[in-house]
Structure formats: structure tokens, C-alpha cells
Write a protein that binds this ligand. Structure first.
Ligand code: PHE
Length: 349
């Protein structure tokens, strides 16, 4: 028995020397101290001996068990320490190395333009809302005074998904939806920026996807003068204090009267140049007084309430303001093009 105990201890010490990792150490532990481990099985042998022997061997056995446990625990600590040191070494950071330049993204010019417009309207008490890009014919056309087969539907080449569902061709359905949801609550003051879609062949001035920016105000006693004052503030914010606007009569089924709105050419200040094709003016948006039928369909009595609406195109505004001559640049994700606009961003901290 004595020899066996000494032998087991020696064997354990030898094996421990060769253990390199915690997994191997664990199986070694099981081998010695587990249920069927060498040391555990030894205990059963004790029964064979006389009481005197039992006393001596029992003590030796206990010592062996304590020793084995301690040795294994020490080895665990040693291996853990080794692993930790290694990890620290691998993760060592050389703080003297020059820092890598973190490339900062820039805002898209359309985002910059839209944020600028939002800032103005929010300061005037407007709410910024959004509407679905996949829209019902009902809101995109019918509630805007464009019943089925209305010839003006041809003004907007639509991309239909089903007979009644299409990709919105403009942001004006937001008007119809908002009126319906608010039913005679006034005043309504909203802007709704978002993407719109038309069946257009893409070229330098056309894109099947572009941005629009709906503005709608409904209240009592509104007139074209209110619309004009509002749009004046908009162009002054975007194109400078000297920017002027002019209204030309136009036609939209959902506004009456309707206007095409021009701004003085920011390049030549109205003198005439290549950008404004020598007219001194640049066309920037459609607008008008909300048609009585549209008010009525939205739940507002046109005898009591009036409204004005406008629909600028941020793409065109970006192109005019920054001299971008191909609308497709706004949708190509061309980093070299986009990063030029980084300097226009406001400092955010
Ligand atoms: N929705 C019109 C368009 O897409 C623009 C517009 C908006 C006109 C609001 C009048 C009032 O052309």
C-alpha cells in the first residue's frame, strides 16, 4: 500500500510537469481524483488492512489526497496566469504608433438641403411628418381631385404595383392623409419630405426616384399673400436675403389658383446667364391654394377653411445651389462626389 501511494504521488508529479493547458489538466484531475480516479479507488483498498495498518495507510492516503488536490490547484493557477500574460502580450498596444486617420462620413447634399428646410419650417411652428412611399391611388390621386381617367393623371407617369396601389408620384398624398386624420382641427401646418417615384427614363435632369417636400397649411382666412410670404422666407433662407420669387399661373388639379414659382437666378442675380437660360429666373416649385374639393374630401368645410400648399423639389434645389449638372450624381453613392459636401455641414459639437 505504502509503495502504491508513493508511486501514485510520483506519477502525478511527473504527469503534472507535462501538462500544458487547462483541458489536459482537467482530464488529469479526473484520472486521479474523479469517481474512478486512481486515488479514489485506492480508498477501497484500505478496507483490506488491519486496524493498525488502516490508521497508518489512512493517514498516508489522506495526505496524498490533500497533496494531489493542492498540486492540481497550483497548476490551475499557474496555467491561468500563463494564459493571462499571453493575452496581455497579444493585446499590447503600442501607444507611440501614429494614429490611423478615422475617415468621417459626410451628410448627403439632399440631407443637408432637407435639414435646412426643416429647420426653417420647424421654427415657424410646422410639424414634420412622413407618409408611405407605397401609396393608395385613393390618396395619391382621388383625394387630390384627380378621379380615375382624369387627364391630368398623365402629368405624372406612375409606377403601379396593383390597380389600386402605386409608388407615390408626389408627396401631396400626405396632405390628404393628414387632413383626414385631423378632421377640422386647425391650424394645420406640416411639411412632408420624402422620396417619390415616376416612370421616367433617367438622364441628366430626370430620375425615376427623386425627393419632394410637401408643405400644407390649413386655417381660416388664408390667402395667396400668406403663401407668397412663406415661400419668400424659404428662398431667402436657401438662396440668400436678396432672393426674390415670382408666381406664374399654372395648373394642378389639387390647387386653385395654382402657380409655378421661380426664384431670381442666384448666379446672375436676375441679369441673365447660362444657368437661367438668360431669363434671370429659375423655376423651383409648384404651389397653390388648396382646391375646395380637396378640403371637402379631407373633411374641411371650404366655406370656413382655406389652405395653401407647395411642393419644392430638393434635388433641383441642390443642383441649382451647388452647380450639380447631373441629377444621377445624387443617387450614385459616388464618394468623391459626396465628400465635397462635407464642408457644408454644420459643426455638431
Ligand atoms: N405635387 C405637385 C407635383 O408633384 C407639386 C405641388 C404640391 C403643387 C403642392 C401644388 C401644391 O408636381
Amino acid at each position: 500500500m505504502k509503495e502504491t501511494i508513493i508511486k501514485i504521488e510520483k506519477a502525478l508529479q511527473n504527469e503534472l510537469k507535462n501538462v500544458q493547458d487547462l483541458v489536459a489538466l482537467n482530464s488529469l484531475k479526473i484520472n486521479y481524483l474523479g469517481k474512478k480516479g486512481k486515488i479514489t479507488l485506492l480508498k477501497k483498498e484500505l478496507a483490506k488492512f488491519s486496524d493498525a495498518e488502516k490508521k497508518e495507510f489512512g493517514r498516508m492516503f489522506n495526505e496524498l489526497k490533500v497533496k494531489a488536490t493542492t498540486l492540481i490547484e497550483e497548476k490551475v493557477a499557474e496555467l491561468e496566469e500563463q494564459a493571462f500574460t499571453l493575452k496581455l502580450k497579444q493585446e499590447e498596444i503600442d501607444v507611440t504608433l501614429p494614429a490611423t486617420n478615422l475617415k468621417k462620413g459626410t451628410k448627403h447634399p439632399l440631407t443637408i438641403m432637407i435639414e435646412e428646410i426643416e429647420e426653417l419650417f420647424i421654427s415657424m411652428g410646422y410639424d414634420v411628418i412622413s407618409g408611405p412611399e407605397i401609396e393608395l391611388d385613393l390618396y395619391n390621386f382621388e383625394r387630390l381631385n384627380l378621379p380615375k381617367n382624369h387627364p391630368a393623371r398623365d402629368m405624372q407617369d406612375s409606377l403601379y404595383i396593383t390597380g389600386e396601389v402605386l409608388l407615390r408620384t408626389h408627396t401631396s398624398p400626405a396632405q390628404a392623409r393628414y387632413m383626414e386624420a385631423n378632421k377640422e382641427k386647425t391650424p394645420i401646418r406640416i411639411i412632408c419630405p420624402g422620396k417619390v417615384y415616376r416612370k421616367d427614363e433617367d438622364d441628366a435632369t430626370h430620375s425615376h426616384q427623386f425627393m419632394q417636400f410637401e408643405g400644407l397649411v390649413v386655417d381660416k382666412n388664408l390667402s395667396v399673400a400668406n403663401l407668397k410670404a412663406t415661400l419668400e422666407l424659404l428662398v431667402q433662407k436657401l438662396f440668400g436675403q436678396d432672393a426674390k420669387i415670382r408666381f406664374r399661373p399654372s395648373y394642378f388639379p389639387f390647387t386653385e389658383p395654382s402657380f409655378e414659382v421661380d426664384v431670381t437666378c442666384f448666379k446672375c442675380q436676375g441679369a441673365g446667364c447660362r444657368i437661367c437660360k438668360d431669363t434671370g429666373w429659375l423655376e423651383i416649385l409648384g404651389a397653390g391654394m388648396v382646391h375646395p374639393e380637396v378640403l371637402k374630401m379631407g373633411g374641411y368645410d371650404p366655406e370656413v377653411f382655406s389652405g395653401f400648399a407647395f411642393g419644392p423639389g430638393p434635388d433641383r434645389m441642390v443642383m441649382l445651389k451647388y452647380g450639380v449638372n447631373d441629377i444621377r450624381q445624387l443617387y450614385l453613392n459616388n464618394i468623391d462626389f459626396l465628400k465635397q459636401f462635407g464642408r457644408l455641414e454644420k459643426e455638431e459639437n
